[in-house]
Design a protein around this ligand. Structure first.
Ligand code: ADP
Ligand code: MG
Length: 254
């Protein structure tokens, strides 16, 4: 049995009178890929940012790697990697310079070339952030989460807006990061992606967790209620056609 690395208990978050998170509890296990799923406005980003120490909670308790969020937020910051929104990067700096900047913030010595190679951007070391395609930007921002060699990384909709090739490429990267023992928390609106990547998912709706299980178990539970898809399922879908026709090779035109 894996041990719990994140424990969230009875978390509430109010923005003024509006309660965005309504008393949610969940544990994330060490080494798993844990998905937070839910419609826009469900409270996913709020929850992540509270755990990341970037947003104040209203009430509830959170521990990350044994550290209490209220008592040791700085210890938590040290062991997590957070993907910045794209606007967080100086657009005019090269990738190598940006990595240097982040490494300085973390007080770490980082081999920029090696880090860029991990996310398949070795050829872009001198390129500026603003010159990257959408998929490259996402890969770069994932690279920056790895600078402090975190135990846990947080990815908030890392594949939104990417083409199918870039999305698959990012899945491989995320699986690769997990294979090295890093715990991953991810949000996504793509259910195929959650099914492929996540060991367990929490489905959040209007600030409450309405299901928490492995994707496989959730599907089995639904089928057990007698649910059937309205239409006979074909052996392929349009995305399979797209990938079959256009191949897996990454297209990096922005
Ligand atoms: P999700 O990431 O699931 O789409 P969010 O956590 O971003 O949802 O938002 C949850 C709810 O809280 C939404 O209704 C959103 O409008 C609201 N909200 C988010 N941030 C703020 C804020 N800074 N001030 C007021 N309301 C906010
Ligand atoms: Mg969000």
């Amino acid at each position: 049995m894996s041990k719990t690395i994140i424990a969230v208990q009875n978390l509430h978050k109010k923005y003024g009178n509006f309660e965005a998170v309504k008393g949610i509890s969940f544990n994330v296990l060490e080494g798993e890929i844990f998905g937070l799923l839910g419609p826009n406005g469900a409270g996913k980003s709020t929850t992540l940012e509270i755990i990341e120490t970037l947003r104040e909670k209203t009430s509830g308790t959170i521990t990350v790697d044994g550290f209490d969020l209220d008592k040791d937020p700085n210890e938590i910051k040290k062991c997590i990697g957070v993907q910045l929104q794209t606007s967080g990067y100086y657009p005019g700096l090269s990738l190598t310079e940006l990595i240097g900047l982040f490494a300085g913030l973390y007080n770490k010595n980082v081999d920029a070339a090696e880090l860029l190679a991990k996310v398949n951007l070795q050829d872009k070391a001198k390129a500026k952030y603003k010159e990257l395609s959408g998929g490259q930007k996402q890969r770069f921002s994932i690279a920056t989460t790895l600078i402090n060699e975190p135990k846990i990384i947080f990815l908030d909709e890392p594949t939104t807006g990417l083409d199918p090739q870039a999305r698959r490429n990012l899945w491989e990267l995320i699986l690769d990061i997990r294979k090295k023992g890093t715990t991953v928390i991810i949000t996504t609106h793509y259910m195929d992606e959650a099914e492929i990547l996540c060991d367990r998912v929490a489905i959040i709706d209007s600030g409450k967790i309405i299901a928490l299980e492995s994707p496989d178990k959730l599907i089995d539970n639904l089928v057990a209620t007698g649910f059937e898809r309205p239409k006979e399922v074909k052996k392929a879908n349009l995305e399979d056609v797209f990938i079959h026709l256009t191949g897996h090779t990454l297209r990096e035109e922005a």
